[in-house]
Design a protein around this ligand. Structure first.
Ligand code: ASP
Length: 316
């Protein structure tokens, strides 16, 4: 039987970064090497089966935009619908990878694998991590039964629902928190620990999927993140209210606790019709709701993912 294609979509990031010296792992410019060149530089890709390459964007993912997300969703939906395509690999910067992963899982809900991969060292490094991550991502995208959006980095597979960047420098920069990784890639073989990610909440995804398939997207709703901390005030919320903010996610302390000044401002915003969601700034755990809570919790989503979810809900 003819092996199906894996589509590799390039978006930039450190995996496509260039530094002036091979010993420089931090003073590089991201998103310099094209996807064709990146793939050509990995000899073992010759054994990876048929691949189809497309450069969707060429950016440092700190600058990720809604326009790139829309284009990515369109290309993912297009390629997934093709019967000659087994799965998709997306090269992406590590900084906002978790947001893109969550966005794509929400709007595409793929029943084939969509694997985001990345690197912590530029392509020019003495020992770059990108080539191995790429090969591992291909292995996951070719794994029988694989589906949904996942991230592959440092031999570890994370679900789009839980993946989070947790380290600024080390190669194994991602974690799935309490949930633990989905599995590992070892010498090209996938060792699965949990089920592949499936679906997400309700109506929003259908509306956004239709919109992502069309050529024009409406303006994205204005949703911001504010944080609770010692001495927090309502100043940020007041300023955002004055700007007409439509949604607010608060990265609360601990189990969703808020300084009384910030809480008062958020309740005022909620009463004025702004959607307010309470997430936690803690790395692990979730906000556990209690009777009498006045601000809804993020149902385990981190602040950045709760923001994506809220934007999608408002768009729908
Ligand atoms: N700033 C880079 C990016 O997110 C970092 C990386 O890829 O590791 O594109």
């Amino acid at each position: 039987m003819k092996l199906k294609k894996i589509v590799i979509l390039g978006t930039g990031g450190t995996i496509a970064g260039r530094a002036a010296s091979a010993s420089d792992n931090i003073g590089y410019t991201a998103a310099q090497v094209g996807i064709e060149q990146l793939v050509a530089a990995i000899p073992a890709m010759a054994q990876a089966g048929p691949v189809l390459l497309e450069q969707v964007a060429q950016i440092d993912s700190k600058d990720m935009s809604f326009a790139v997300w829309e284009q990515l969703a369109r290309r993912v939906n297009y390629f997934l619908a093709r019967s000659d395509v087994a799965g998709i690999v997306i090269t992406h910067g590590t900084d906002t990878l978790e947001e893109t992963a969550f966005f794509l899982q929400s709007v595409c809900q793929p029943d084939k694998p969509v694997v985001l991969t990345c690197a912590m060292r530029p392509a020019t490094a003495l020992a770059p991590d990108g080539p191995q991550n790429m090969l591992d991502a291909i292995a996951v995208s070719r794994h029988a039964g694989a589906k949904g959006v996942v991230a592959v980095c440092a031999g570890t597979i994370h679900s789009a629902l839980e993946v989070q960047k947790v380290h600024t420098y080390q190669l194994d920069a991602f974690s799935s928190g309490d949930a633990g990784p989905l599995g590992y890639v070892e010498e090209g073989a996938v060792r699965l620990l949990r089920n592949w990610p499936t679906g997400l909440q309700g109506q929003a995804r259908i509306a956004i999927r239709n919109r992502a398939n069309s050529t024009t997207m409406p303006d994205w709703p204005h949703v911001e993140i504010v944080m609770n901390y010692a001495g927090a005030s309502g100043a940020m919320v007041e300023a955002l209210l004055a700007q007409g903010v439509q949604g607010l996610v608060v990265a609360a302390t601990g189990n969703g606790t808020l300084h009384h000044s910030l809480e008062a401002a958020l309740l005022k915003a909620q009463a004025a019709g702004v959607k307010v969601i309470r997430a936690t700034r803690c790395l692990n755990g979730r906000v556990l709701p209690k009777p009498g809570d006045t601000l809804p919790d993020s149902k385990g989503l981190t602040p950045v993912k709760a923001r994506v979810e809220l934007m999608l809900r408002l768009l729908a």
